[in-house]
Design a protein around this ligand. Structure first.
Ligand code: ZN
Length: 575
């Protein structure tokens, strides 16, 4: 074991109940917590360096001894690795543990010095199948629950997983937990989080916990004074899934369909009038009753509202292809301010009026935040699942930049899963959002603001929300909005602001720098589901993350023959 690693672990242990520890590579802010006794312990492999000293540069197991001590329980794994195909990822600088090689599965077992009541284990990593004909999986089990939970993929590109599963058998103490890769697979482990409690549950919670293998003990069974198990609460929350749609043309635009419990939600309906067909085809896979309980239009730009209406809509229209004409609509929430004098805004208002005439209710974001006229700031979508309209100042007084009038929405699943949508909010709007929401949380998923523009997704915002995943609706490389290579979406500035927190960046559509009419799928429709709090990424084309994509690394496209389209910054998380 290296001394530096020991020192770091000792530091964490010494900090004890201090809830936030910031460590790591310059520019990487990785908040981890260690709670005494019961609570959450996060081990970040990047920083304890499973690979740095334990392994040779060729990835052969050299030594595998390290220890970890915390207050209330300790983790001791004198011989944690049972397979020689476990090795360190020898990329520059920092390392993740790699479990399994291209041809062999691997197993890593962590032994707990003192048995503890484990309520859930969260893992963060990247899973690869090496044979797309087979389903690769990793399985996490404890000595008290050999069923555990698993992640699976058939993708030979890396598939990002984070968070994990609750253990129904937490009433039994565990003395070890095992992460095993299966089939032909490679799993790069970035982080482990263990949630525990220090005392046995009550007999009533034992019986309820043992009745279901998928739900954890209820938070009420956790001792007072200890940290409530966030995964436990999240695992009992209603499911939510996000679907960032392709829009059927080469134009950039936003459209996100969300299934939240039994609610169908649409945020924006870009990018052009002809997008309606693509949008309806996509959402009808999930929305089977023809009703959208909630529709949000973030701001008065064509690439966010065209699909709600149709070209040449009139106030007297009672039909025509457009979301507001073809679906039953429950509640419409849209921008409080608009400067637009474009025809599209009139067409949108005609269509919205039609929906209201058919029974929809309409509120602005300002009405929601002020809770006036029957509007609510927070809407319950299911069990421990909600949607909140976040206030920012341009609801009350219009920004001359239409983008800053964007409605901002925060979804919450359980006690710790947050998902943020800010439309095309620019840096000025983000500043206002931050100042008006002092407890803006870290988020599991962020919709890249303004399509990955250099003018949005500011470093001030990302430093707060520290997204685990980012989905961007754009036509990458298309010159629709600029002829400059620096400013085509997704921009280098956007990447630089996100990279310190995540490499799990997904893009809907691929365009062309030389022909703005060309389009194809980048990741395609980005589907990210959080079932029982556990994320699964399943894009329609592939799950290749942006920094490893062909477009990202392509030379002679945006720039000269020696310059790639985009560069992963040195302070980015390791690729
Ligand atoms: Zn836009």
């Amino acid at each position: 074991m290296s001394k530096s690693k020991f020192s770091f672990l000792t530091l964490i242990a010494a900090l004890g109940a201090v809830s936030v520890v910031t460590v790591g590579v310059v520019g990487v802010v990785n908040n981890e917590s260690l709670i005494q006794g019961a609570g959450t312990t996060t081990i970040s492999c990047n920083y304890i360096n499973f690979g740095t000293t334990q392994y040779t540069s060729t990835g052969v197991l050299k030594t595998a001894s390290y220890s970890f001590s915390g207050n209330g329980f300790s983790l001791d794994s004198s011989t944690p690795f049972s397979n020689s195909d476990v090795y360190g990822n020898s990329s520059a600088g920092t390392y993740a543990a790699r479990i399994g090689s291209s041809s062999a599965a691997g197993t890593v077992t962590f032994n707990l010095a003192s048995p503890v009541y484990i309520t859930s284990i969260g893992i963060d990593g990247f899973l690869y199948s090496t044979d797309s004909a087979k389903t690769a999986s990793i399985k996490v089990t404890t000595s008290a629950n050999t069923t555990g939970f698993s992640f699976t993929t058939t993708s030979t590109s890396e598939t990002h997983f984070s968070d994990g599963g609750a253990f129904a058998s937490d009433q039994a103490t565990s003395s070890s937990f095992t992460i095993a890769s299966q089939v032909v697979v490679r799993f790069e482990l970035v982080k482990i989080r263990i949630e525990t409690r220090s005392a046995a549950p009550t007999s009533s919670s034992e019986s309820s916990a043992s009745s279901s293998s998928s739900s954890s003990s209820s938070s009420t069974s956790i001792e007072s004074g200890s940290t409530v198990s966030s995964s436990g609460s999240t695992s009992s929350a209603s499911d939510i899934s996000f679907h960032f749609l392709e829009l059927g043309n080469a134009k950039t635009g936003d459209c996100t369909y969300i299934k939240a419990g039994t609610n169908d939600i649409l945020i924006d309906a870009g990018s052009y009038y002809d997008s309606y067909t693509s949008i309806s085809t996509a959402i009808n896979q999930y929305c089977t009753d023809g009703k959208l309980e909630y529709v949000i239009c973030t701001h008065a730009h064509t690439d966010h509202m065209a699909g709600f209406t149709h070209n040449w809509a009139k106030s007297t229209d009672t039909s025509g292809n457009g979301i507001f004409y073809n679906y039953k609509i429950g509640t419409i929430i849209d921008f409080a301010q608009a400067n637009s004098t474009a025809n599209i805004y009139d067409y949108y208002k005609y269509a919205r009026s039609y929906a209201v005439s058919q029974g929809a209710v309409h509120y602005t974001a300002l009405q929601c935040c002020n809770q006036t006229d029957g509007a609510s700031k927070t809407y319950t979508l299911g069990t421990n699942l909600s949607m909140e309209i976040l206030y920012q100042e341009y609801y009350a007084s219009a920004s001359s930049d239409e983008n800053n009038n964007s409605v901002c929405v925060l979804f919450k699943q359980g006690t710790s899963n947050y998902f943020l949508f800010t439309g095309d909010l620019e840096a000025a709007g983000e500043t206002s959002l931050i100042s008006n929401n002092p407890s803006l949380p870290k988020v599991k998923l962020f919709k890249g603001a303004h399509h990955g523009s250099y003018t949005a997704t500011s470093s001030a915002l990302t430093a707060i929300i520290q997204p685990e995943m980012v989905a961007v609706c754009c036509c990458a490389g298309n010159t629709q909005y600029t002829s400059g290579a620096d400013h085509v979406f997704p921009t280098q500035d956007f990447i630089d602001h996100v990279a310190p927190y995540t490499k799990a960046i997904y893009i809907t559509t691929l365009g062309s720098f030389s022909d703005k009419s060309v389009f194809s799928s980048f990741n395609g429709q980005i589907n990210i589901a959080y079932n029982a709090g556990v994320p699964t990424v399943a894009c329609s084309n592939n799950n290749t993350i942006l920094p490893l994509s062909e477009w990202f690394n392509k030379k002679g496209d945006l720039y000269d023959a020696n310059t790639p389209n985009r560069v992963w910054p040195s302070n980015g998380v390791p690729l």
